[in-house]
Ligand binder design. Structure first.
Ligand SMILES: Cc1cc2nc3c(=O)[nH]c(=O)nc-3n(C[C@H](O)[C@H](O)[C@H](O)COP(=O)(O)OP(=O)(O)OC[C@H]3O[C@@H](n4cnc5c(N)ncnc54)[C@H](O)[C@@H]3O)c2cc1C
Length: 363
């Protein structure tokens, strides 16, 4: 069986390996527009690649399908398979990294596996269209034409277009009549109506509460980084994922307590709890250290967002992530309307969805 995979990112590369390991007779081709495979994996986790999370999955994804797939193919399974490939785990609390603490190890070991297994890799080839005719898939790139028995779209979403993911395949799917859920940057810093320029570059620890129409939606503690026109930091990236899940985005506020473990701090004590520049900013604007309100204006652009929210509607696929419209066409990873919070959840979904498709194609 000839299988084509569009996109040699996290999910496409893992799928190719699992397919070939379990079905050595399959002829598997990865088509990648970049000059190397797995380019995005290199920048994950600040170059350390947080590839799994052993903690609770409740609320971590915008859709329960991810949780379902990760019950079938557990975080422990991912860690065990990676270990077998030479990517040994190191745990920072629940977060899993390679022992080298380098994403390069992950890319190197997966690339080695791809070579060992004889998977064909076509680099610098941009897929511009595909057609299904007489039970075959005809794939057109800027360079070549290919014919496959089965086709998998693993082309990612719209985040970080500088590394190849600009939503080309989602546009192709849209033209073919597929439903695409509204796309938006996620795990992105947040632009606020309040002016933060005076404290740009400053960091503070705090508790952030997300309010929608004055109702509490989500709360998390973490480090906040102030930017010229907004706020960032992991806790804020997670807030962006939660904001994306809201239907009504008109009245969204982030309330920050910069001293959550100390009650009723007086203004003359502010310098004891936050960096001097932040204390000055609070005092100059007569702001309460326990109740700093930021009004959501927008997300930052795709080029600094870690993932995109939205994508191919889950109503377009069956339980095996196969298209309901075009039999033999499958999808993995971020191209689907599934996104997770910070902490290894997005890569875990990429691998779990790849495993699901690998099993379906192997049957
Ligand atoms: C800065 C940053 C840090 C991150 N850190 C983490 C982290 O630590 N942990 C975590 O879990 N997640 C992290 N993520 C998210 C994670 O990297 C993605 O969710 C994951 O890579 C998605 O996998 P994928 O296979 O769906 O797509 P991708 O890995 O994005 O791969 C898609 C591939 O398809 C190729 N492609 C696209 N269109 C075409 C075309 N027309 N023709 C040919 N090829 C095409 C692209 O070039 C790309 O190589 C991070 C993301 C970023 C940007």
């Amino acid at each position: 069986m000839k299988i084509g995979i569009i996109g040699a990112g996290a999910s496409g590369a893992f799928l190719a390996i699992r397919l070939k390991e379990n079905n050595p007779s399959f002829d598997v081709t990865l088509i990648e527009r970049n000059d190397k495979i797995l380019k995005k994996v290199l920048v994950t986790g600040n170059g350390r690649c947080n590839y799994a999370n052993m903690g609770d999955l409740v609320g971590k994804y915008n859709n329960e399908l991810a949780n379902k797939l990760l019950k079938e193919f557990k975080p422990q399974d991912i860690v065990a398979i990676f270990d077998k490939y030479g990517i040994h785990p190191t745990y920072l609390d629940e977060l899993v990294f390679p022992t080298s603490m380098s994403a390069q190890t992950v890319v190197l070991m997966l690339s080695k596996k791809i070579e060992e297994l004889g998977i064909k890799v076509k680099l610098n080839e941009n897929v511009i269209d595909y057609q299904k005719k007489d039970n075959k898939f005809y794939v057109k790139t800027n360079e070549n034409k290919y014919i496959f028995d089965k086709l998998v779209i693993s082309a990612g979403g719209c985040a970080y277009p500088q590394l190849g993911t600009d939503g080309t395949l989602l546009n192709i799917l849209k033209k073919k009549g597929y439903k695409i859920e509204t796309l938006s940057p996620s795990l992105s810093p947040i632009k606020t109506k309040e002016n933060t320029k005076k404290i740009s570059g400053q960091r503070a620890k705090g508790r952030v509460t997300l309010l929608n129409n004055n109702e509490e939606v989500y709360k998390e503690d973490g480090e906040i980084l102030f930017k010229d026109d907004g706020i960032s930091g992991i806790v804020i990236l997670n807030m962006s994922a939660r904001i994306n899940r809201l239907n009504d985005k008109k009245n969204i506020k982030l309330v920050v307590d910069l001293a959550p473990n100390s009650k009723a701090i007086k203004q003359n004590q502010y310098y004891e709890y936050v960096a001097p520049k932040i204390a000055e900013y609070l005092l100059a604007n007569n702001l309460d250290i326990h109740h700093l309100v930021f009004t959501f204006k927008d997300f930052y652009e795709y080029k600094i967002a870690e993932v995109s929210h939205g994508g191919l509607s889950l109503s377009e696929v069956n339980d095996s992530l196969e298209s309901k419209k075009e039999e033999g066409l499958y999808f993995t990873g971020e191209v689907l309307d599934i996104d997770g919070m910070c902490g290894g959840y997005n890569l875990m979904f990429a691998f779990a969805s790849a495993e699901k498709v690998s099993k379906a194609l192997g049957e």
